[in-house]
Design a protein around this ligand. Structure first.
Ligand SMILES: [Zn+2]
Length: 324
């Protein structure tokens, strides 16, 4: 429907749930929400949304009096921006390593892609999906990008993340520790730095300070994401993580859902067992399998090894072959 029609429907309500068909990029539904709805009524509104399209949709809860034509147009502009970004991400999947590295070198991002998000996605793609296919010449070019300096803190973090990933590709634990030492004790990387945490796990760092940082993250991080990443890293590290790590994980990571419980128990089992009881997971790389999420080349945790990249030696592979 046209925005004028949507607006007329919206203004008949106090608050509403508006659904856009993002392929058509127009409002297809305006649901009235009762004032002060109970949680059940609120969710019921979502549940009663009619499935009038097979196209992708997005919904927004809106206070009707505050809705303007400009707000509806901004939502449409947002849809176009996201669609164009996904088109760019999609094109990167077909790029060679050389082409992706050239984009990083030149910081050559087309609107609506910005340097921060674009660089972040490419750096992660190269490490997680293409590390084994990078030539020494390509790694050298990435080394130069990792030395880029940027006054914007977030942008600098992307280049520092590339530094971590290069330490991971080169299996250089001393380099990872040097990156750790660059930061003051108040901002130790493991607390908030996903890429650092990831590489510390992938390299199975047995460095006592880094392990302590990961344990502190599980204890102190306010968001669940960093706690989870630190737990996975300690699981990859295994026995050197030590009894204290297992105790903190047992105390802090609750049974919030079956996946969390299974992963936590596997991590604790690995820390408590001998290294010889484990072998590389045949299904994944470092616990990750390639997927495409919302058009973005990405990865998901491997179900076979719950993201640890290691399975117990006696486990049967998904091919049904018992391996010893
Ligand atoms: Zn796996």
């Amino acid at each position: 429907m046209k925005n004028t029609e949507a607006m007329a429907l919206i203004k008949q309500t106090e608050q509403c749930f508006v659904v856009w068909d993002t392929a058509l990029n127009e409002v297809i539904e305006v649901q009235c929400i009762e004032s002060n709805p109970s949680p059940e009524q609120f969710m019921g509104t979502l549940g009663s949304t009619r499935s009038v399209t097979t196209n992708p949709t997005k919904g927004r809860f809106l206070i009707s009096a505050k809705v303007t034509m400009a707000a509806l147009e901004a939502e449409q502009a947002d849809t176009i921006r996201i669609r164009d970004r996904i088109r760019i991400f999609d094109s990167w999947q077909r790029c060679t390593n050389d082409e992706l590295i050239r984009i990083l070198e030149r910081q050559d991002f087309q609107q609506p892609m910005d340097s921060y998000h674009g660089s972040h996605v490419i750096v992660r793609m190269l490490y997680r999906l293409r590390a084994s296919r990078l030539s020494e010449g390509e790694l050298e070019r990435l080394e130069r990008v990792a030395r880029f300096k940027n006054s914007d803190q977030a942008m600098q973090r992307v280049f520092d993340s590339l530094d971590c990933y290069l330490a991971g590709i080169r299996r250089d634990l001393a380099r990872l520790k040097r990156i750790w030492m660059k930061y003051s004790s108040k901002t130790r990387p493991a607390i908030w730095w996903e890429e650092f945490t990831e590489v510390a796990g992938d390299l199975r760092s047995s460095d006592a300070e880094i392990i302590e940082g990961l344990i502190q993250t599980i204890e102190q991080a306010t968001m669940f994401g960093p706690k989870w990443d630190a737990m996975i890293a300690l699981g990859k590290i295994g026995p050197p993580a030590g009894q204290q790590a297992a105790e903190v994980i047992r105390k802090v990571i609750y049974d919030s859902n079956p996946k969390v419980s299974v992963t936590r128990d596997r991590v604790i089992a690995r820390i408590a067992s001998a290294e010889s009881e484990w072998r590389s997971c045949p299904e994944c790389t470092n616990g990750l399998i390639p997927i495409v999420r919302y058009g973005v080349p990405s990865t998901a945790e491997c179900e076979q090894c719950v993201g640890l990249g290691l399975v117990q030696s006696y486990e049967t592979s998904s091919l049904g072959i018992r391996q010893i």
